[in-house]
Unconditional design. Structure first.
Lengths: 324, 324
């Protein structure tokens, strides 16, 4: 069926002035984009942001939304240690949005793409009742891809940055949790303006042996569960080692439930065969890193406090993540 | 934000048992799919089908919908003469759909993918108010990619198959045009179960010089306009040469307006430097082919009848396709 007129122009605006890289032979304006051969293994991922589910236009600017939509995808490439290269964007447009909105959205998306050296090579625009942005991102593997299925008993478990801030920021935006001042701003920013850990992921993927890794998008406990299930192992996580930010503690105290289950962090969780000090890793990766526990042989995840008392157990081979 | 539980399982079901090709190193279940290096130039396209805009669940089966969603993308690869290789699928799921619906949808999609030798390597599922299926499809160029910008004055303009059937089928489904019997079935099937001309596109791309080409998704007149605009040329189309099917004529008569403007055909329109007989092209491509006119130097499109009388003119450098 025919799309609204102007699709071509909107896509052209979205793609902007394409960087003249050797990678892009033909950008938007034909049936497909045409990319140069890829001598390296390729990564591909798709993620979608839906109004009312993943975002609310009242919460931030259109530019923030565009940048966030790309970063959610960049984080998947980061989790495998890849180099993002190009993307296509599907925009489902509901009535009631003006040109200024799309200008802002595209500006934010293009800026985030330029910062990550990603070419926006094409797209599609369709009418819908609900606004959504779906991005498919390609990347390349430089050496080895980090995977979820290579964690081994004895591995140390690390996370980058702070966790729980974005989940708390979301609840502040939803007026479920009160917060003011700089703590509020910081937490809300972590939700609205996530930054995928692409550079840290690339450096991690060069370590030997290649770490098991995942990005924390659904919440640390659930994403850890994916690693444990894929690798057929368990883990012992020390609750007091979870990296809660000062802003998190100021607004929410020492309760780590949001940090464990909240989601939207877009930090990396990874497992190293050899223990490396947090300080050395921080210097190497260029981001804060915390060792939060270790991989175990028994197929359950234990959450223990600093004195070793167990405060949570997940077992049943992580079947709780699956509907029965 | 967290997605509904079971996403992993739904994606795994969607992807089915992946063909063990050398192309797919790692399929669904990690942050990204991992594909083997591509020694050939690559094509990438994205297209989306939205409930209430592109389809209505009352019109056909879920399996038809799944197959159609892929064929819409296959048609873009066909238009450039490429070989489709792998895809990722984003599914936006509204409330009220049961497991049987998704089983059917995935079955149709997987079958269409298997027939086209396409690996479904990953996906994403999100909650939404409106059902939509967005597919990003990768392909490879074997020799040269057919483009929109290479039509030259004197080229003959051809289309594969019949045009207008799908547009008529849609209007029959919408109860806007009455039809019964085998003509109705045939026209409705052309809308609900399009088959992208992938094999014909591959053969066309091997011709020298490489034809200009596009797939007819928005309607012949508009898609021809894209070729003319990109190539900086005009065209003279002979209305009586438009390939209207017997079913089209039985239901709608000789009026070619739906064939020109209707869309959803997913046939190929292409321009050849050397005139080749329809019969020879048909033998070579394995599909019916009609020569409908020729490319001209003046930047306007003329629709003429068999005696040369002009019945329609588009000019202004095809700016009418653009919002002012």
């Amino acid at each position: 069926m025919k799309e609204p007129p102007g699709e071509f122009e909107l896509i052209a605006r979205l793609c902007g002035k394409l960087p003249r890289t050797r990678r892009v032979i033909l950008g938007p304006g034909d049936d497909c984009a045409l990319l140069a051969p890829s001598p390296r293994p390729q990564l591909i991922t798709v993620d979608s942001m839906v109004e009312g589910v993943h975002f609310n236009l009242q919460w931030g600017t259109p530019a923030m939304l565009g940048a966030r939509a790309l970063n959610v995808n960049l984080s998947d490439i980061a989790a495998m240690g890849g180099v993002p290269t190009s993307c296509v964007v599907n925009l489902a447009v509901r009535p009631g949005l003006d040109a200024g909105f799309f200008d802002g959205l595209y500006r934010g998306l293009r800026k985030a793409a330029a910062e990550a050296a990603v070419a926006v090579v094409g797209g599609n625009i369709t009418r819908a009742n609900q606004l959504s942005i779906t991005i498919t991102l390609l990347g390349e593997v430089e050496t080895q891809a980090m995977r979820r299925d290579t964690a081994r008993p004895g591995d140390k478990v690390y996370v980058t940055g702070n966790i729980g801030d974005a989940a708390l920021g979301l609840r502040i935006l939803q007026n479920k949790i009160p917060a003011v001042g700089s703590a509020r701003n910081q937490l809300v920013k972590r939700f609205l303006q996530p930054r995928a850990q692409v550079a840290a992921g690339r450096k991690l993927a060069r370590l030997q042996p290649t770490p098991a890794a995942i990005d924390i998008s659904d919440g640390l406990w659930q994403d850890l569960g994916h690693i444990l299930e894929c690798s057929g192992v368990g883990a012992r996580i020390i609750s007091t080692r979870l990296p809660l930010s000062a802003a998190y503690r100021r607004v929410y105290g020492d309760d780590c439930d949001l940090a464990l289950s909240g989601g939207d962090d877009y930090e990396l969780l990874f497992c190293l065969r050899n223990e490396i000090s947090e300080a050395a890793l921080r210097r190497h990766l260029g981001v804060a890193v915390s060792c939060i526990g270790e991989i175990t042989r028994d197929k359950q995840a234990l959450l223990v406090n600093s004195t070793g008392n167990i405060s949570a157990v997940s077992h049943r081979g992580w079947d709780q993540l699956r509907p029965s």
